[in-house]
Design a protein around this ligand. Structure first.
Ligand code: GLU
Length: 137
């Protein structure tokens, strides 16, 4: 079972989101990731394994200060527990980021349709199809 945290407010979003993910660790997960928005630009960091691996990455490749962010701990169902398959997933223009709990039952059909329209997928997950689908609206 994954964990999902989102924050919009006056505090540093990354602190709130990572604290929230830590509180959800008991649910079990295989990878973790976060996204923040700063100056209308999305920034994503994600890493396979425990939350500490993501925190180490954030130490070497920090995110900008932001008061808007999302975070996810993943329990893989579609695609292995890799850095690339970790959430969030973004569309090709990097205008939106998606985190998701569960299964997109018709993702194979969605992916086939979206790839035919030119969308480039970078992961093996069902979730990524939602990012491309929303950007196609
Ligand atoms: N089906 C999605 C994946 O494999 C979400 C899994 C989850 O609920 O964490 O990435």
């Amino acid at each position: 079972m994954c964990g999902i945290v989102g924050y919009v407010g006056n505090k540093q979003a990354l602190t709130v989101v990572v604290d929230g993910l830590r509180r959800l660790e008991y649910r079990g997960y295989d990878s973790a990731g976060v996204a923040v928005v700063q100056d209308h630009k999305l920034e994503v960091r994600k890493k396979a394994g425990k939350l500490v691996n993501l925190e180490t990455l954030l130490g070497t490749d920090p995110l900008p200060n932001s008061t808007t962010g999302i975070g996810h701990t993943r329990w893989a169902t579609h695609g292995g527990p890799t850095d690339t398959n970790a959430h969030p997933h973004v569309d090709n223009d990097e205008k939106l980021a998606v985190i998701h709990n569960g299964i997109i039952e018709n993702y194979t059909e969605l992916r086939t349709q979206l790839e035919a329209k030119g969308h480039k997928f970078s992961s093996e997950t069902d979730t990524e199809s939602v990012a491309h689908l929303l950007s196609d609206l």
